[in-house]
Design a protein around this ligand. Structure first.
Ligand code: SF4
Length: 208
């Protein structure tokens, strides 16, 4: 559960798989925001952050949203894939990114202690609106399958990701992500961006 303090209150961050905000949660967040006078920020990483929540109201806010199934951000949780809107909501979309995100989260749902600092992004076409070239692990769809990238990052010194697989099937994509996550776990004490592992002699993939 994430509730970062600032001078005007605390922040509470709710994870929204595939960026979907259930209507009952939206309604409750709206009602609570009016009641306690806080703001709502929809982040770039598929979550909803309640900002400037009065500290005295934080427990009630969290309990109310938890009762509706809210999953709060917290250490050790597998990262939600950041996705583009995909098929059928974008004319260029070749896949349903919500579905791919769900499959990835299902595959890794048993992992409770994921090491921090890597992100995943998914795009339904090669344009990569989910910043696929600047994400630790990224998947883009094309007409012959999926391409997989690793080691991208943003920040003050951005890094373009390295392509490690082309024309992958869905099962291959899931297996590659698992290999990368396992390698990250093996080589990381607490947190580490994936690009730092690209030069490791045991890194399991090469550029293609
Ligand atoms: S990556 Fe492609 S499919 Fe996804 S939103 Fe952008 S243009 Fe549309």
């Amino acid at each position: 559960m994430s509730d970062n303090k600032n001078t005007q209150g605390v922040s509470i961050t709710i994870l929204l798989p595939a960026g979907r905000l259930p209507l009952d949660m939206m309604q409750a967040a709206h009602d609570l925001a009016k009641q306690y006078g806080f703001g709502i920020y929809l982040s770039l990483t598929q979550n909803m952050r309640l900002i400037n929540v009065p500290e005295s109201a934080a427990s009630h806010v969290k309990e109310t949203l938890a009762a509706l199934g809210a999953n709060f951000k917290g250490p050790g949780k597998f990262p939600l894939p950041r996705i583009c809107v995909g098929k059928p909501h974008c004319n260029l979309g070749l896949i349903d990114t919500e579905e791919l995100s769900r499959k990835i989260l299902e595959r890794f749902s048993g992992r409770e202690k994921t090491k921090a600092k890597f992100k995943i992004s998914l795009a339904a076409c090669p344009i990569g609106c989910a910043w696929t070239k600047n994400t630790d692990i990224a998947v883009t769809a094309n007409r012959v399958g999926y391409n997989v990238y690793v080691g991208g990052k943003g920040g003050p010194i951005p890094q373009l990701a390295m392509r490690i697989k082309v024309k992958a099937t869905l099962e291959e994509v899931l297996d590659i992500i698992e290999t990368l996550v396992d390698f990250h776990d093996l080589k990381t004490k607490t947190k580490q961006r994936m690009y730092k592992l690209l030069k490791d002699p045991d890194f399991p993939f090469s550029a293609v």
